[in-house]
Design a protein around this ligand. Structure first.
Ligand SMILES: [Zn+2]
Ligand SMILES: [Zn+2]
Length: 86
């Protein structure tokens, strides 16, 4: 694969890099399909959770609030100025 030898087996070619610490790894050393160890797997999962949460909040909450305000404002405007409800 041209990425050097396994971090744990200097005589085996590396096929992967740990997705967390980027150590070169062979087929036998890969954990959870893309990590060098359970520690890296856990660290990566935690990092992704921290990274994704604010992005999801931004995506779902803020447009939701803006949409609600736009609809409420539009309704108020229509009822107040066009139909003289209040
Ligand atoms: Zn690692
Ligand atoms: Zn190995």
């Amino acid at each position: 694969m041209g990425i050097g030898t396994c971090n744990n087996h200097p005589n085996l070619a590396a096929s992967y890099h740990c997705a967390q610490c980027h150590k070169p790894l062979c087929d036998r050393c890969i954990v959870n399909s893309k990590f060098c160890s359970l520690a890296c797997s856990a660290k990566n999962a935690q990092f992704e959770a921290n990274y994704k949460r604010p992005a999801e909040l931004r995506r779902s909450a803020i447009p939701g609030i803006l949409f609600f305000l736009a609809v409420a404002g539009g309704l108020y405007y229509l009822l107040h100025y066009h139909f003289h409800y209040f």
